[in-house]
Design a protein around this ligand. Structure first.
Ligand SMILES: C[S@@+](CC[C@H](N)C(=O)[O-])C[C@H]1O[C@@H](n2cnc3c(N)ncnc32)[C@H](O)[C@@H]1O
Length: 303
């Protein structure tokens, strides 16, 4: 398996180049960003976390290479307050890593046959298969319609509810075959998008409760950031980016819309935006790493 190529690495290195002290990498993944930051700045200390138990093993090489400047904890980033630490910088690079996507037994990908699991931390919560079997019609609709943004959501939800007592969906490919047989998703007009892409994205977000953890994680990250500290967040879809933008604008005392009822001067300003518009990947980066296509980086500085 290929390693994970960190997205917007140059831009992250540029943003953190003058940061001294401790940086929290809340989404360690394969450690690409952590490693680059440790190499760039010999006075930087990194506290890395990831909810995935397998990330811990991957962090060993950095513990060996930087024994006095690196430590790893397996926690969800929404639980960072439990570590009772403060930071000069925070990086959250959301979503799943290539390791998770490309390991069939983790069940994230419709391209590889594996158990229909999709949990970033497989020791807690329901697997995607159990979610499909047990979720209420409302929760299923939220996953497929809201999180997956699947235009054919009605057909998908109806088919799941109609067939879930008899279908087993042991593997990712069983589920894809089911979707192709019983729903209208194959009618998707997007040539480069596999028909199951949106359904898989919606299920993954639901199974890992990603948006709730992001809401809580952002607030927790802001609280453990010292004055003048940087918070950098890379998102991969509009649902995540909207949440990040709302929090950033709120902390910076800015209105999201013109008709925002609260006058600007009454908002408490707790931070300034370092990026007015999100940073996106260059054409060259997208050409060498297609995952970077939808990445958006927003950065703020706490006052
Ligand atoms: C895109 S990868 C990060 C890649 C990393 N920046 C690198 O350079 O290798 C995202 C990682 O964040 C982790 N993750 C996602 N949501 C999380 C959460 N709420 N708490 C902790 N880790 C999370 C995933 O398990 C995954 O390993």
């Amino acid at each position: 398996m290929e390693g994970h190529t960190p997205v917007l690495k140059t831009e992250i290195l540029q943003a953190f180049k003058d940061v001294c002290g401790t940086v929290w990498d809340g989404t360690f993944g394969g450690g690409g960003h952590s490693e680059a930051l440790l190499k760039q700045n010999p006075s930087l200390y990194i506290v890395a976390t990831d909810t995935d138990p397998e990330a811990s093993g991957r962090s060993e090489y950095l513990k060996k290479e930087f024994p006095t400047r690196f430590e790893f904890f397996q926690i969800n980033f929404s639980e960072i307050a439990d570590l009772h630490r403060t930071f000069e910088g925070v990086l959250l690079d959301l979503g799943v890593s290539s390791f998770q996507l490309e390991t069939p037994r983790r069940g994230f990908s419709f391209r590889n046959e594996g158990p229909l699991d999709m949990r970033m931390n497989p020791t807690i919560g329901l697997s995607a298969r159990d979610f499909l079997k047990k979720a209420s019609p409302e929760a299923l609709t939220q996953a497929i319609r809201e999180y997956g943004e699947e235009p054919q959501w009605r057909s998908v939800v109806r088919a799941i509810l109609e067939h879930r007592e008899n279908e087993n969906w042991e593997t990712t490919t069983d589920f894809v075959a089911f979707l192709e047989r019983h729903t209208s998703i194959a009618k998707s007009k997007k040539p480069h998008l596999h028909a199951a892409t949106r359904v898989f994205q919606g299920l993954r977000i639901a199974v890992n409760d990603e948006l709730n953890h992001l809401e809580r994680g952002l607030k927790a990250a802001f609280e453990c950031l010292n004055s003048d500290g940087l918070l950098a967040v890379i998102t991969f879809h509009s649902l995540e980016d909207r949440i990040v933008k709302r929090h950033f604008y709120d902390w910076c005392g800015r209105s999201l819309t013109r008709d925002d009822a609260q006058p600007r001067q009454l908002k408490t300003v707790r931070a300034t935006l370092v990026t007015r518009k999100p940073i996106t990947a260059t054409e060259a980066e997208v050409a060498s790493n297609p995952r970077a296509r939808s990445a958006k980086l927003r950065i703020l500085k706490k006052l």
